[in-house]
Ligand binder design. Structure first.
Ligand SMILES: [Zn+2]
Length: 400
């Protein structure tokens, strides 16, 4: 394997101290979904300080930094600024907003998911600018809002920004990710007749049809797949329209989390679930299965309603982008970089659904995501910076 013209590792190492401090500042600035204003301001000022050619904040509050290249296809680096709730603070070995560094690990909520990757992407743009590193086309570093649970930021970003190629920075242990399953939320709703619990014969108790539905759901054949093993379904939340223990409810609602395979149509899944729920339903009941609609308000005040559908995507292992990224990163790290798929969904599904070739690459261990053990290895963070810089400069952005 010929060595890279640039020593990406050494270059990243020279900027490691600044990268680490910036990551700490991001972690020390809480940014729950819908409350990313302060972190957005931090990202914007850092991009400006690093000499980005353009830095804008769009209507949804996404920060979009641009560095000009040589006129070829545009590459987007995509990272979200929000993070999930830290939960019970007493369970954390180091406080979740501390950014504490202990034994070479930087601790806190968002370190792996995904302020480490965000910082490394911002700094990759900075290195390219400061060292005049050539790029085949423009680089966009998009720091988006409200990925967790909704994907609103990337949804709004793609209305005004269409790159030719996209790299999503969700954690991958610095491997190349070529796809993930999709996800959809459904609500199964059954309406019966509410009565006093002492006279059940006068009512129609909706718990019973739901119980039948759950039994059938457990034996529903799931499509299998050589890469993702299978599609899956899990009942998660359950609500009734009553709060008293001595009333038979008039309505119950069950939420289902569905993980879909590439090519699986969500409308088809909804129809399948509807049939499972309504088969042999007595005339006392009404039932339906619907895709959940969520309403989101961004920190800029934009309100968006989106269905809870998160697309799957999968590039073949011999796709030019997968091979190009693997080759570029293997050269940059001077080791063989593996290709894998994610267990969870990302904003990459939305980008790929528009026909834009998309891969993942991000520092940090995906198994720490959404846990109170969230921390990122400093060495992996600096490797992330080297990797993003190499990808922006050397990776092909179209089929050769
Ligand atoms: Zn994430």
């Amino acid at each position: 394997m010929p060595p890279s013209r640039w020593g990406w590792g050494a270059l990243a190492q020279a900027h490691a101290a600044h990268l680490i401090v910036f990551t700490q500042r991001l972690v020390q600035t809480p940014s729950l979904p819908g409350h990313e204003g302060a972190v957005a301001q931090l990202v914007k000022s850092e991009m400006q300080r690093l000499g980005y050619d353009e830095v804008t904040v769009d209507h949804a509050g996404n920060v979009v930094g641009m560095i000009r290249g040589s006129g070829g296809p545009m590459l987007m680096f995509n990272a979200h600024m929000d993070h999930v709730d830290p939960g019970d603070l007493s369970g954390w070995p180091h406080p979740p907003y501390s950014g504490a560094i202990v034994n070479g690990m930087l601790w806190g909520r968002g370190t792996v998911d995904m302020k480490g990757a965000l910082a490394a992407m911002v700094y990759a743009g900075g290195l390219i600018k400061q060292h005049d590193i050539p790029m085949p086309g423009d680089l966009i570093v998009a720091a988006v809002v409200m990925e967790e649970g909704g994907g609103v930021g990337t949804h709004e970003l793609l209305l005004h920004c269409r790159p030719a190629v996209c790299v999503v920075g969700e954690s991958s242990n610095n491997c190349v990710m070529r796809g993930h399953r999709g996800r959809a939320e459904f609500v199964a709703r059954v309406t019966g007749r509410a009565v006093h619990a002492s006279m059940p014969e006068l009512g129609a108790n909706p718990h019973y049809p739901i119980a039948r539905f759950l039994t059938r759901l457990q034996t529903l054949p799931m499509e299998s797949d050589p890469v993702f093993t299978n599609a899956s379904v899990a009942p998660t939340l359950y609500r009734t329209d009553q709060s008293s223990p001595n009333v038979i409810p008039g309505e119950v609602r069950l939420t289902l989390d569905w993980r879909s395979l590439p090519g699986q149509r969500i409308e088809h899944v909804a129809a399948q679930l509807q049939q499972l729920l309504c088969d042999d339903l007595e005339s006392d009941y009404q039932a339906e299965v619907q895709i959940v609609q969520n309403r989101f308000t961004t920190y800029t005040g934009l309100t968006v309603e989106l269905p809870a559908i998160f697309h799957s995507f999968l590039l073949p292992t011999d796709h030019w982008l997968v091979q190009g990224a693997q080759h570029t990163l293997s050269r940059a790290f001077n080791r063989d970089v593996a290709v894998d798929v994610w267990r969870f969904t990302t904003d990459g599904g939305q980008v790929a659904a528009l026909g834009i070739p998309t891969i993942g690459f991000g520092p940090g261990d995906p198994q720490r995501v959404h846990t109170n053990q969230e921390c990122i290895e400093l060495a992996a963070l600096v490797d992330g910076l080297a990797g993003y810089t190499a990808l922006a400069s050397e990776m092909a952005r179209e089929p050769l």
